[in-house]
Design a protein around this ligand. Structure first.
Ligand code: XMP
Length: 513
């Protein structure tokens, strides 16, 4: 792999994704990893990420210069660029002029491998207070910027290069090309990480893990992760996999069909559906408090899944439990070995002791966009592969007030209309997700036809986000909003008002409960 050494900024995972976009497999390792441990992974190249510290700050993360004696290509970015310069005998100085945000990169006469025939001046994204003032011996300086006399350097013979700016962000329009050139022209790493290889390698690894006789069980949620995980395991072990789908009655329009019909048709997977809608409704009756709703749903979900898992284990037998853990969860929980932190209830954290499974995690090495591409390549339905995030507790936490069948039906319809209109307006890639929230305990007066109405409002909550940790409300075109509003108030008898949530996160969360 290409190792991305994380110096504590939020950029390391993004860099790893960009390396993979250049079709090279990459992994993130913490900067505290000893050099021999890094080398033991036989890295094709090492990328040093940016970081928030000043190289001068006390306790600032440093670098073991032995890294540069191993014959492994190294690319330094921002803080990593400065560390590299310092370790190899260049000079890093506290220049005083902070350069933050968009700035212009001037490419030198000898632009080298990385910047050759890029525009003489082009925008890049910078974020630094210190700067390299003298490149180490053997390096050619290939670019500068107003705040960074040495903004890029390379030593092609030793296969070292670095940039002061952030090539991984969209604000550096040539950044991806520069990274790709480092990998291809300086490090000379083959570009062979593609969807077909990912599938082959994963299927092979699952076969090895489960063995020729082993059986597995997989919970499906209707979302992309569990579906792709199941499809990969199905490809590896065929009908020795049984999928369990708990229908808690809190799903959106069409989602049960997408699992029971479309997913099964695409994969031929052996599926058990647990029809638990009535139980969930009964347990949720009269419950208004959001946390209480979540607890009840979590508890009932595990109960339903456990029952089905027990049946499968006793009937056909099952020794393995498939989980859709993704690479970012693995990195965030400390990386390396062991199970990742289990985040949401439908990842089934609490199975009883007599139901012991080993975990199979076929998506452990993958980012979300790779999971979607694998799903598409495996022929899974578009509706599943492109599905936007939807919370495990489902529509229950989008009804503000108690949950009942009628309110669910109303919200389900309104949500389906909003989704249809967003899709037909081509806005699916603009938004991260758009919860539709029913204010079931609020009524307002309206007029429809000749009559007075006294109905409920729904809230549209379109958000844009990279990772759901922060989000901004999406400036949707007025005509799309108008169509959604008109259709919802016409087609949903209980609803006479549509309002728009214009709160970012923070301070608001994405969901209302
Ligand atoms: P919040 O509301 O915390 O949501 O801003 C962040 C993201 O997480 C989703 N979400 C959940 N996903 N189980 C899940 O699988 C849950 O209990 C849950 N609660 C919120 C939410 O839709 C958003 O994408």
């Amino acid at each position: 792999p290409v190792l991305v050494v994380d110096y504590g900024a939020q950029y390391a995972q993004l860099i790893a994704r960009r390396v993979r976009e250049a079709q090279v497999y990459s992994e993130v390792v913490p900067h505290t990893t000893p050099v021999d441990e890094m080398l033991a992974k036989d890295p094709a190249a090492i990328v040093l990420s940016g970081g928030p510290a000043s190289v001068y700050a006390e306790g600032a993360p440093s670098i073991d210069a032995a890294l540069f004696d191993a014959g492994v290509p190294v690319f330094g970015i921002c803080y990593g660029f400065q560390l590299m310069a310092g370790a190899l005998g260049g000079t890093v100085a506290h220049t005083g002029d902070r350069e933050y945000g968009r700035t212009e990169l001037s490419v030198a006469g000898d632009a080298g491998r990385l910047h050759g025939d890029l525009p003489d001046a082009h925008p890049v994204w910078m974020s630094h207070g210190d700067g390299v003032t003298k490149a180490p011996e053997g390096f050619t300086v290939t670019a500068s910027s107003p705040g960074a006399p040495v903004a890029a350097f390379e030593d092609v013979d030793r296969r070292f290069a670095g940039v002061q700016y952030h090539p991984e962000v969209g604000h550096s329009p040539h950044g991806q090309e520069v990274l790709r050139r480092f990998l291809r022209d300086v490090a000379r790493v083959p570009a062979d990480w593609n969807t077909a290889n990912i599938i082959d390698e994963t299927v092979e690894a699952v076969r090895r893990q489960v063995g020729p006789e082993g059986r597995a069980i997989c919970g499906l949620s209707g979302g992309v992760d569990s579906a792709v995980a199941a499809a990969l395991v199905q490809r590896a072990i065929g009908d020795r996999l049984t999928c369990v789908f708990v229908d808690h009655g809190l799903l959106r329009e069409g989602e049960r069909g997408q699992v029971e019909r479309d997913f099964v048709a695409a994969t031929g997977v052996d599926l058990v559906t647990v029809d638990a809608a009535e139980t969930f409704l009964r347990e949720l009756q009269g419950v208004v408090d959001p946390e209480e709703k979540r607890k009840i749903i979590g508890r009932e979900f595990i109960r339903a899944f456990e029952g089905a898992a027990r049946d499968v284990a006793q009937g056909k037998g099952a020794d393995f439990l498939v989980q859709g853990t993704l690479y970012p969860d693995v990195v965030e929980s400390g990386g390396g070995s062991g199970a990742a932190t289990i985040k949401s209830h439908h990842n089934v954290g609490g199975l009883p002791d007599d139901l012991q499974f080993s975990l199979v995690e076929p998506l452990r090495a993958l980012f979300k966009d790779e999971v979607r591409r694998v799903g598409a390549e495996l022929g899974l339905p578009e509706t599943i592969v492109r599905r936007q995030p939807f919370p495990g507790p489902g529509l229950a936490i989008r009804i503000i007030g108690a949950v009942d069948a009628e309110r669910l039906a109303t919200l389900r319809r309104a949500d389906a209309i909003a989704r249809e209109e967003l899709t037909s307006a081509g806005l699916d890639d603009v938004i991260w997700q758009c919860p539709v929230v029913l204010l079931a305990d609020v009524r307002s007066v309206g007029v429809q036809g000749d009559g007075r109405t006294y109905g409920h409002p729904v809230v549209l909550r379109p958000v844009s986000s990279e990772d759901a940790m922060t989000a901004d409300w999406t400036r949707l075109p007025y005509d799309a909003l108008e169509r959604i509003s008109t259709r919802i108030t016409n087609e949903c008898a209980e609803i006479n008002r549509v309002v728009l949530d214009v709160t970012s996160k923070p301070p608001g969360t994405i969901e209302w409960e």
